[in-house]
Ligand binder design. Sequence first.
Ligand code: BG6
Length: 484
Amino acid sequence: MSYTTTAFPKDFLWGASTSAYQVEGAALEDGKKLSQQDVINQDNYRERGFATAEVTSDHYHHFREDVELMAEMGLRAYRFSIAWSRVMPDGTGEPNPKGVQFYHDLIDDLVEHGIEPIVTLYHYDLPWALVERYGGWVSRQVVDDFEAYARFVISEYGDKVKYWTTINEQSIIVQYWTQKCYVPKELRGNNQLRYQINHHMNLCHAIACNLVHELVPGGMVGSVIGYSPIYPLTSRAEDVMAAQNAHDLRNGYYLDIYFKGKYTDSALAYLDAHGLAPKIEPGDMELIKSGTSDMLGLNYYASECACACPDDGTHEMRWNGVNLTGKKGAMSGFETHPGFYQMCKNPNLETNDWDWAIDPIGMEYMLRDIWMRYGKPLMICENGLGAYDQLTPDGHVHDPYRIDYLGCHIAAMKRAMDYGVQMIAYCPWSAVDLLSTSNGVKKRYGLIYVDRTDDDPKECKRYRKDSFEWYKGVIARDGAGLEL
Ligand code: BG6
């Protein structure tokens, strides 16, 4: 594909992104205790050979070097998350001074380098203590504990951080709940809990929005959603309707909460009819409505496709599969809701090795559609290409595929902006290589290469990839003249 772009606004935040458990390591250091991701990734290592979360990219010890590299690239923003189990190791109670200091040091270093911190309060890593105490997100108790955690973090860093995002990818947590949340084995057959957990998260999201408004003058807050626009497989009316149903349940169901304070009628009707709707207590919807969002973070990797799925009377739902091997075509299955929709492969799009469709136009479509529906400023909090990168003997990583992917998506974003969409930031995934949520460390996303394998963390030495140099040039030119 070829593309060109005119310059972005001078105040546009060119950034990059990571999350705490995927990059920090130091899983049990300086007072940090286990998070549910430490436990989930121990299982992943045993069962699949993917790296644990113990060391990941060792950012905890390399953060100054990483910030230096980010500054060299010219980044104007860095989106990262705070590990609840580092700041409050038991989930509640006394904060951990060394953990709290780590994020002060990181934020101060960013600010000194002219890099705007964009903080995510929660990215999949609930303190394990809360799972042991009451089952974690399945219990409503988590809402009170999240409130105390969020109040502490927002008060502690609020004078240095303007941009706050609340909970990473509720939509993906519902889809892949046992990887993103620790769910006790005996509860895994109860699909209503997916939506109950999400309801608890909606309450937490609203609480966090209210806290930012209370504690951070001039602060901006919103959620970060994992979003894929959904295309109909064909122009048959049945497929178009199925794509609308899929949109309502997988996208609208979250956005309507953030911006309208209500559950999407069609999605809720479907969930109700199938015994999946969340239990809503008196006052919940009022709380949700009170937590207004100033903006929305979007994680965009791929569009998806849906087709009609006749009601066969079985009501047997299936949930999205995953490609664990990185061999094209090894996706283990598609989400199916008989009588509502079925997800399927889009025959018109190329994919990466893990079967994720590559679709820059989908990014433009998503941004324009969300802007038209909700009219709030948007930021791309994640966008990137997972790939098997190779470090050459002379210390280079040639990743033209990533440059191509990012370039086409930046151009798509610019087209959306030229059509009036208000964008705050672009933060590709990821600033440095890190532990993938589904495929270990061999599936790499970073602009900065981290020398380690799934089995051996080595010293996590950093190398600039070709995409690093390329992105540096893009930022230096304010995005003008992007061209292949
Ligand atoms: C997003 C998550 O869903 O996708 C990230 O917010 C994740 O945490 C990214 O790493 C890519 O997914 P994966 O499974 O390839 O790591």
